[in-house]
Each structure stands twice: as structure tokens, then as C-alpha cells.
Design a protein around this ligand. Structure first.
Ligand code: GLN
Length: 476
């Protein structure tokens, strides 16, 4: 048998159910692994030592330790969004995704580091210090769910949840050499997810292989009366989609995803993956998305506008940090709390978002961005009339060095070029490891039509089973 920490989620649950390993073995192995490596990685903001004593039901995730991004509410465990403004906040309820994991017997092993309020692509915007990439400690793990991806890659959790507003699950999955899924908008409940940009975001699994992602998505998906945007998919059984067979499937290769700024070595790795799938019977054709070049500006205007409104609730009265002093006027308390509590990137976005929504500028920025979004969605609708999936790089480059982009917000935003169109269109996408550049992982992005996760999983699984990158593990 493989060493305990090397078992995938699927294998671990199987071993636990058969009694080949005990819950104590699993909990001890993972907690000692965290003690061993997390001082170097800083993937966790909080570790749940109580896991030992919580009782769990014998479900699909029986006694498997799952890590949760720190913007997803966990009853009794801190949920800070990696912000000073929520320091010490402990939610009184579980997010629906967390409740569903627990209902299937999963254990919550801890809360993972992230960019403050999920704003960033490197996890350097955390108020509690960055997470480091397990493949190279000088590099970022990607973001904003950097802690969730690093924890899974470094065997500090068997699987995790992240949130993806503009790439935050797929980017760190690609940079850390693991699998990450951004589900169709509406497939997974956001009840209990601290809102950043509601019209774009979804919670998604980060795992070591495609089967684990399919399993975890089956558990968390589906209609929740507490999130009016959530719906039931035609079938929640994603595991049955896992066949090694792409014969007769048609893939579109959108040229714009390989444009200027794409590292040629990344493009090469992705093309090798496309050719491999072709050799197994998939057909492909290059296609052009005329409105794609406008997705980055449209995304940032929409995301910042929604953020400026969502973050108005942090006023020092209701949650977390407060600069309250006896006798001080409330307006002063309010602005002092926000000045001290939010980090630089969050403030930048609140200011820009407020501007984009203000009278006189609304039509020029916010409304225009919404119109562009409709055109981009139209490009995808058109492509899915002809193709089953679209294939592209997840990120235009491998993980960059810590400190390399953090002083230049535009350079940071640019790395999201291949992930944000998916959120604007509301479609599902998965990132799977497809190669290495300078010892750093590269991700292949597979997109499908809304609620066609099964086709996305089928192509991802076929690719994974015919390649071997998911078997490699970081040196740490
Ligand atoms: N990097 C993007 C942003 O900063 C995406 C973040 C996310 O998906 N949460 O908005």
C-alpha cells in the first residue's frame, strides 16, 4: 500500500472504510506533516486540532481531512479572509459547502491562507504574510487560494476548497501542480462564502487528481435554498463521467489564449497536451474569440465595483476589528477602522470600484463593462455550438518570484488574462498539470459549456490517465 500521505482522497476514504487505516492514523499523519512543513510554506492561517474529537458520519468523505480557504465560513473556526479587519472573527455557522463536507463525514483540518478578501493572484496580499510555492520556496503559489493549493501539493491536506472569482482556484492549482475546478456559475452554493464579486464567483475543489475533484464537486454541488443563484445540475454523479475516451469529441483552441505575454514554453506544454489528446481520438480546430482582448478590463471594472459595495459592511460595528474609542464620533471610528483594517490592494479596489459606480461615470465604466461581458459570453456561446470543450493554458507563465509583481498592480492583473473570461461567461473550467518549466508546474485549462462538467471531467481524466504529471510531487 502507498504511504498514507500519498493516498488520494478517493483512496484514503476507501482505506478508512475498509479499516486499513484508522481516523487517528490519518489525523496524526496530517497534523505532523503540517508541523513538519508549514513553518516553511505558511499554507495555513488556522489548524483545527479538535479534529480528533469531532464525530463524523460514514459518507463519501469519511474521515478525510479537507482544508478550507479562509473566506469560507466555518462554525467555531476563525474566518478572517486574511484581513486584519476580520481578525478574531469566528462565524456562528457553516457555509453550505462546509456543512455538506461534514455531512459526508469529511474533517475540517484548517483554514488556508489567501490574498486579502481573495483580491490577488499570488497570496502576497495576505495581512498575515505570504504562502510559498512547495516546488520552489522563492516563488509564489499563485492566488488567491494559494494556501489551499500549496497545502494539497505539499500533502498537508488530502483536498481543499478554494473560491474562484477570476481564477483564484485555477491559478494556484496550475502554479502548484494540482487540479483545480471552477464550476458553472450557480452549481455550488455561496452561502457562507464572504462575498467579493457575487456575479463572478464560485467555490471549487483543489485536489491531487481529477477523480478527487469529481468526487468533491459531487459532494458540494446542487441547489441550496440559502443561495438563490444555486441550482441542481442534470446529474451530480461526476465520477461516472470518468472514462478514458475522447473519441469523437471536438476541441476548440482559442488563439487569443496563446497571445502576446504567453511564455512560449507554457504554450509548448499545452500544445503537447492537445496533440496527446488528438492521438487518442479527439479532433481539434483553432478558433478566434474577437472580444476576448477586452475581458481583463471588463473583469476588473465589474469585480472592483461589486467589491466596493460588498466591503461596505466592514465598519467596526458588526464584525472583527474596531478602532472604537469612548466618545469618538462614529464617522471617525468608521473611517479609522477601515484605514487600519484593510490592506493596500483592498483599499485600491474599493476606491476604484466606487469611482466606476459613481454618477456620471457609471455609464462610461460599469455599464460598458457589463455590455462587453455580454459580448464575451456570446463568443463562448457561439464556440460551444461547435465544440465540446475549449483547451488553453491556465496561466500564461509559470509561478513568478515572490516580490516580483506585488509593487505593480497592472503587472499582477495581467497574469489573470486566461482565467477571467471563464468567470465573465459563467462557464466551468478545470486546470490539470501538463508539464514543467524550470522545475515549476504548468496547467492545461479545459473549458466546457454551462453545466457540462461531465465533458470537462472526461477530457481531463483522459489526459491525466495518458500522462504522468499528477504523480510527481514537490521536493519539500
Ligand atoms: N486575481 C483575480 C483578482 O484579483 C482573481 C481573484 C479571485 O478569483 N478571487 O480579482
Amino acid at each position: 500500500m502507498k504511504r498514507l500521505l500519498e493516498l488520494t482522497l478517493f483512496e484514503l476514504v476507501d482505506a478508512l472504510r475498509r479499516g486499513n487505516v484508522s481516523r487517528e492514523d490519518v489525523v496524526d499523519a496530517y497534523l505532523s506533516r503540517i508541523k513538519e512543513v508549514d513553518s516553511k510554506l505558511h499554507a495555513y492561517l488556522a489548524v483545527n486540532e479538535e479534529m480528533r474529537s469531532n464525530s463524523s458520519s460514514e459518507g463519501l468523505l469519511f474521515n478525510a481531512p479537507i482544508a478550507i480557504k479562509d473566506n469560507i465560513s466555518t462554525r467555531g473556526l476563525p474566518t478572517t479572509c486574511a484581513s486584519k479587519i476580520l481578525e478574531g472573527y469566528i462565524p456562528p455557522y457553516d457555509a453550505t459547502t462546509v456543512a455538506r463536507i461534514k455531512a459526508e463525514g469529511g474533517l475540517i483540518i484548517g483554514k488556508t491562507n489567501m490574498d486579502e478578501f481573495a483580491m490577488g493572484s499570488s497570496t502576497e496580499n495576505s495581512a498575515y504574510g505570504p504562502t510559498y510555492n512547495p516546488w520552489n520556496l522563492e516563488c509564489v503559489p499563485g492566488g488567491s487560494s494559494g494556501g489551499s493549493a500549496a497545502a494539497v501539493a505539499a500533502r498537508e491536506a488530502v483536498a481543499s476548497l478554494g473560491s474562484d472569482t477570476g481564477g483564484s482556484v485555477r491559478c494556484p492549482a496550475a502554479f502548484c501542480g494540482v487540479v483545480g475546478v471552477k464550476p458553472t456559475y450557480g452549481l455550488v452554493s455561496r452561502y457562507g462564502l464572504v462575498a467579493y464579486a457575487n456575479s463572478l464567483e464560485q467555490i471549487g475543489p483543489i485536489t491531487r487528481d481529477v477523480r478527487d475533484a469529481a468526487l468533491l464537486l459531487s459532494v458540494i454541488c446542487g441547489r441550496d435554498p440559502n443561495d438563490s443563484t444555486s441550482v441542481d445540475p442534470p446529474s451530480k454523479d461526476y465520477l461516472s463521467a470518468l472514462v478514458v475516451d475522447v473519441k469523437g469529441l471536438k476541441a476548440g483552441i482559442p488563439k487569443e489564449f496563446f497571445g502576446e505575454g504567453t511564455d512560449p514554453r507554457v504554450a509548448e506544454a499545452v500544445w503537447r497536451a492537445i496533440k496527446l489528446l488528438e492521438s487518442h481520438g479527439m479532433e481539434y480546430e483553432e478558433v478566434s474569440f474577437p472580444h476576448l482582448p477586452y475581458s481583463l478590463p471588463a473583469y476588473y471594472i465589474i469585480a472592483m465595483s461589486e467589491a466596493s459595495s460588498n466591503l461596505a459592511r466592514y465598519d467596526g460595528v458588526r464584525y472583527g476589528f474596531s478602532a472604537f474609542e469612548e466618545g469618538e464620533e462614529w464617522v471617525k471610528v468608521f473611517s479609522k477602522t477601515r484605514a487600519l483594517g484593510f490592506g493596500a490592494e483592498v483599499k485600491r479596489r474599493i476606491i476604484l470600484g466606487t469611482f466606476a459606480l459613481s454618477a456620471g461615470y457609471y455609464d462610461q465604466y460599469y455599464l460598458k463593462a457589463l455590455k462587453v461581458r455580454t459580448l464575451i459570453k456570446g463568443d463562448f456561446d457561439c464556440a460551444f455550438k461547435k465544440f465540446d470543450v475549449l483547451l488553453a493554458p491556465t496561466m500564461p507563465l509559470p509561478a513568478f518570484k515572490i516580490g516580483e509583481r506585488i509593487e505593480d498592480p497592472l503587472a499582477m492583473y495581467m497574469v489573470d488574462i486566461d482565467t477571467v473570461p471563464i468567470n465573465l461567461a459563467g462557464i466551468p473550467a478545470i486546470s490539470v498539470p501538463c508539464g514543467f518549466v524550470d522545475g515549476l508546474p504548468v496547467g492545461l485549462q479545459i473549458m466546457a459549456a454551462p453545466f457540462h462538467e461531465h465533458v470537462m471531467f472526461r477530457v481531463a481524466y483522459t489526459y491525466e490517465q495518458c500522462s504522468s504529471y499528477h504523480n510527481l510531487k514537490p521536493p519539500i
